[in-house]
Design a protein around this ligand. Structure first.
Ligand code: F6R
Length: 240
């Protein structure tokens, strides 16, 4: 596992974006595994800048997102589908038909998980971007999720609900369930980039890197991946 400690969030975002830009320059039809949350927003802004400067195109790119809340329609501003449009897709030349996000308002959620899993077997990520939960989650694979898990329905932990409450008017508006890509499907990516920024991620970063491979910290599984880079800022790296 490679660890890069950037000076600040802007530098972290640029380093992450440069890895994606490097891929897109050599593989125009790359598959990008995408994350939502606050952390990758800067990286997406850098990708938009690179697109505007004519450095990259997304015309042939395919994307698969990690997760989506259950019970929130994709038009809803709190959905991850909406997040992706507002933070990346609306500003680049991507074909929305090539973008994939689990449907958290599907009638049959179990079927949605199976279908998404099947899609992933045919759409392997060249790069998977990950954020990190303060409890060590990746995607919404909460502590003690099986490492061989595939796309599944998850009940969010209280810590995740508390962390995400900042993005809602009140804590009781935070969805309690989500669909997430499984750990084995994250690990199937050819390359993984995990971004972590801020002091509240320092313990999870420490556990992921120094705690040994342990289901208590899902991100610790990443040390078993052959091409995984952690891109941290000084705060998130402060316990290393
Ligand atoms: C989002 C996701 C989550 C977040 C994590 C960190 O698609 O899969 O694992 O990456 O909860 O979120 P932020 O970046 O908001 O701290």
């Amino acid at each position: 596992m490679k660890i890069i400690v950037a000076d600040n969030y802007n530098a972290l975002s640029q380093i992450g974006a440069d890895l994606v830009i490097g891929l897109l320059k050599t593989k125009k039809n790359a598959v990008l595994g995408l994350a939502t949350g606050t952390t990758p927003i800067g990286l997406y802004q850098k990708l938009i800048e690179a697109y505007k400067q004519g450095i990259v195109s997304f015309k042939q790119v395919k994307t698969v997102n990690l997760d989506e809340y259950v019970g929130i329609e994709k038009q809803n501003e709190q959905s991850y589908a909406y997040f992706m449009r507002k933070n990346l897709f609306d500003y680049v030349d991507i074909d929305l038909n090539n973008t994939h996000i689990p449907n958290g308002s599907a009638q049959n959620l179990q079927k949605e998980c199976i279908d998404y899993s099947l899609l992933l077997t045919k759409t392997r990520q060249d790069i998977q971007i990950l954020g990190l939960g303060s409890n060590g989650h990746i995607g919404f694979n909460e502590p003690f999720t099986a490492f061989d898990s595939k796309t599944h329905l998850v009940k969010l932990s209280q810590q995740t609900i508390n962390d995400n409450a900042r993005l809602f008017e009140s804590k009781n508006q935070v969805p309690t369930h989500a669909i997430t890509m499984g750990i084995s499907e994250i690990m199937a990516a050819k390359r993984i980039i995990l971004l972590a920024s801020g002091k509240n991620k320092a313990k999870a970063v420490y556990d992921a890197i120094n705690g040994g491979v342990n289901a208590k910290c899902p991100a610790s599984v990443l040390s078993l991946h052959s091409n995984c880079t952690f891109i941290l800022d000084r705060e998130s790296a402060s316990m290393l």
